[in-house]
Every structure is written in C-alpha cells, then in structure tokens.
Design a protein around this ligand. Structure first.
Ligand SMILES: [Zn+2]
Length: 246
C-alpha cells in the first residue's frame, strides 16, 4: 500500500471517528486530490477501500458521500459490536498492567473532555476507548474490525442521537475498566454488552434522517464564512450537532 493511499483513507476515517465529517457529506474527488497532492485515481482507490469498509457510499451520477446508515444498518452495527467486543474480552487471557495504565490515562482524558465540552474531542475520545482496548488486547485484525464498526456507529450516533449521553458512556467505561482491574473479564464483557445497549437504546432509530442533508452540505460552502483550520477545502465543516459517540 502506497503512503498516499494510506493517508487519504486514514484521514477520512479519523475525521469520521472524530465527528468532523457528517453522514451524507460530499467527498469530491478533485478537492481531495488537490488537498493530498495526488491524482483523482489515487483518491478514488482510497474511497473504494472505504466503501468496502462501510464508511463511504458512491452514487454513479452524484459521486462520493460519507455513509448515512439506515435504522436497520444501525441495529446491525451495534449487534456486530456486541458480538466482537464481548468476544474479545471473553477470549483474552488477561489484561496486562501496562494496558490498564494506558486505559486509565485515556479515561482521565475522556473525563476532562466532558468538563471542557469540546464535542469533537469528546466524540473522538469516547470511540477511542473501544479502539484502544482492542489495540491493547486484540490482534491486528480484530482491532481493524472494531475500528471500522466504531466509525459506523459514530456516523449512526450523529444521525440518530437525540441528546447528549456522553456522561453515561464515560461512566460505563469507568465500570468496564474497574472490572478489568479486578481481573474479571466475564464481568467486563457483561458490562461492555450493557454499555453498547445503552448507546443503542439512547438513539432515536424511528427518526428519519434529514433527506436534505446532502443539499445542505452542497450549499454549505456558500453560507460558511470561512473554513475551519482543520477542515480541508471541499470537505464540509465540522458537526453542529451534539453527539456523545460510542
Ligand atoms: Zn463506549
């Protein structure tokens, strides 16, 4: 894999995980090619890979967009996360002290982000708890699967989360970490399962995602006064909605 392909894929994935790219946001090949100093072919190759990971979709006439998961896809994603994340905990031989220390440090950052009310950082950190845990106790393939599923559920939270549930999520993470510190992986798995249920149940899956969001994104460049420093040209501005993340 060439460095440029990796960078474009990772850039878009990280922006989704951080809540900086909305579901339905348009991903123009030409602006991305300009941004990354590469060809449209390379951009398209990265987007095709992200499509197979369920993060972007393509329409033959309209081009590339960040995925807008349906209610059914949302349920499937949370179900898959429960299977993979509880399975990971139940099959782990144990959690080394270095891993516990890393999770403790992460949880402290997560709790600081709740106080500071930085939505993007908080959304990113809440998802990161799961990704860090997977990196610490899972193999590379399991980590990749959990990262992709977390990105999907981050998009889902942006579409269906009616109000902020970040404090609940962080509290759940604290309980999971306490069980890991006790060396009780069965309890940690049960808490993880309940936590993913809490996040899913906090969503309003009967809500209809905004059918105008694509158009709003298309016209956002006319209404936005200036792009944010972390928003490259052609990529819609960050979230204006509160999300708690996974
Ligand atoms: Zn969580």
């Amino acid at each position: 894999m060439e460095k440029q392909d990796f960078d474009i894929e990772t850039f878009i994935m990280d922006a989704v995980l951080a809540g900086r790219l909305h579901p339905g946001a348009r991903l123009g090949e030409a602006p991305l090619a300009k941004l990354f100093g590469t060809s449209r072919t390379k951009v398209r190759e990265a987007l095709v890979k992200l499509q197979t990971r369920g993060i972007v979709t393509v329409s033959p006439r309209r081009g590339w967009f960040v995925a807008q998961p349906s209610a059914e896809e949302a349920r499937d994603a949370f179900h898959a996360r429960k299977i993979v994340e509880t399975g990971l905990l139940l099959s782990a031989p144990g959690v080394p002290e270095t891993a516990l220390a890393a999770l403790r440090t992460h949880l402290a950052a997560e709790q600081r982000s709740l106080e500071s009310d930085e939505i993007g950082t908080r959304t990113c950190l809440l998802g990161d708890f799961h990704i860090i845990l997977a990196n610490l106790i899972g193999n590379g393939l399991v980590s990749d699967i959990i990262r992709d599923l977390t990105a999907r559920t981050t998009l889902i939270s942006m579409l269906y989360q009616p109000k902020d549930k970040a404090e609940q999520s962080s509290h759940d993470h604290e309980e999971i970490l306490a069980a890991l510190e006790d060396g009780d992986l069965t309890a940690a798995a049960a808490l993880m399962s309940a936590h993913i249920d809490h996040v899913e149940n906090g969503l309003n899956l009967s809500a209809t995602p905004d059918p105008m969001s694509g158009l709003r994104e298309a016209f956002s460049t006319f209404t936005a006064s200036a792009p944010r420093p972390d928003s490259p040209p052609g990529i819609p501005s960050p979230l204006d909605k509160e999300t708690s993340g996974p």
